[in-house]
Design a protein around this ligand. Structure first.
Ligand code: ADP
Ligand code: MG
Length: 370
């Protein structure tokens, strides 16, 4: 009967599978932007400019002055699992760069119109290519003259020579155009833009010696501008204002080899600061912006002794942990992180927080007494 025919198992089209997989990594424009920011930072950029339209859904353009991409790598740039950062399984546990599975650009190419223009310093010109479903697209505007054939006689698309500066510009247009179920969930482009701005702000605070700008198409001013030579405190002032920046105390702690904890650094607000706004901790582990719910709660518990009920602190904490102890694969979007000796390391962070806050509190009391 017909009904049993309908229940036959069929393989999904490979492009559908790739699109679904991409939609799991990239759930909002800000996820895609974070991947591209990390790529630019990995490439040694000292200047990163972002332009968006319609909350990043219509356009995200990210321009850096980093190393650029070799012309001969452009053909495989957007294939899955192509990366310049990792070649063996062992590498996975010791990588220092952010990217690690060579999936970001591939994913983005499955759910948007992606164009890459790039120039290495050794190249006489820049090269431009558009991608779709992991493949370099043929330049149809120029007809067959821009196509060449490989040894197997197949037509191969080539990047096109163009003018450009050293570095890379990535243009992502019409994100999720072929994932209508995803598009439907976006309520407003201003909400998506604020998520983008939040990601950029976090990296701008943490990534010293790099200039950042983030702008909405059509605006006369950028929403965020950070010159490369700004200090961390200056960066925090630009993002969160003077009320936060003028009440910061440095945070630091000794390394603990046994726990694989190499370094704690950062800035936290003193007990004078009592914010009305709840700002999620700016937390970086091995230069990757992450969230760690147990740490956030522990930090709040420490502050609760110093702040009136409902008051908020601001913390920026950067941890360096032996890479093999950090599990970055817990979540497809790589945000919530797990690491070995989590309880012990959180304890150490809270102790140094406590020391800094208690010191500030007693000096404050001392000042008011005299
Ligand atoms: P991953 O970062 O995990 O390697 P991606 O898909 O994010 O994977 O990027 C693939 C490769 O493309 C990178 O390994 C890098 O060589 C190159 N790449 C991507 N973006 C840039 C950029 N802005 N500047 C230089 N190289 C880049
Ligand atoms: Mg990457």
């Amino acid at each position: 009967p017909e009904s049993s025919c309908n229940k036959r198992i069929k393989a999904l089209d490979v492009s559908v599978v790739n699109r679904i997989a991409a939609g799991e990594i990239i759930i909002a424009p800000a996820n895609a932007l974070k991947e591209m920011l990390e790529n630019s930072i990995d490439a040694g950029a000292t200047s990163i400019d972002i332009l968006t339209k319609d909350g990043g859904l219509k356009l995200m353009q990210i321009t850096d002055n980093g190393s650029g991409i070799n012309r001969d790598d452009m053909a495989i740039l957007c294939k899955r699992f192509t990366t310049s950062k990792l070649s063996t399984f062992e590498d996975l546990s010791s990588i220092a760069t952010y990217g690690f599975r060579g999936e970001a650009l591939a994913s983005i190419s499955h759910i948007s119109h992606l164009t890459v223009t790039t120039k290495t310093k050794d190249s006489a010109c820049a090269w431009k290519a558009s991608y779709s479903n992991g493949e370099l697209l043929a330049d149809t505007k120029r007809g067959n003259s821009s196509l060449s054939r490989n040894s197997g006689g197949e037509i191969v698309s080539q990047p096109k020579a163009t003018a450009g500066k050293n570095g890379t510009q990535i243009i992502v247009e019409d994100l999720f155009f072929n994932v209508p179920s995803r598009l439907r969930v976006f309520k407003s482009s201003s909400e998506e833009y604020s998520k983008i701005l939040d990601v950029v702000s976090r990296y701008a605070i943490h990534t010293k010696n790099v200039a950042f700008s983030c702008k909405k198409y059509g605006d006369s001013h950028a929403s965020l501008t950070i010159p490369y030579n700004y200090s961390v405190v200056d960066r925090i002032r630009v993002v969160y204002g003077s009320s936060v920046a003028s009440e910061l105390l440095p945070l630091s702690s000794k390394a603990n080899e046994q726990l694989g904890l190499l370094k704690i650094s950062g800035f936290i607000t003193n007990p004078n600061y009592n914010g009305k706004r709840n700002i999620m901790p700016v937390l970086f582990i091995n230069n990757r912006s992450v969230s760690c719910d147990p740490l956030r709660k522990a930090v709040n518990a420490v502050y609760s002794a110093y702040l009136p009920k409902g008051g908020h602190s601001f913390v920026y904490i950067a941890l360096e942990i032996v890479p093999k102890n950090v599990d970055v694969n817990v979540h497809p979007t790589k945000r919530e992180v797990r690491f070995l000796y989590e309880d012990e390391i959180i304890e150490i962070i809270c102790e140094s927080l406590q020391t800094v806050l208690a010191g500030a509190d007693s000096s404050r009391k001392f000042q008011t007494q005299t």
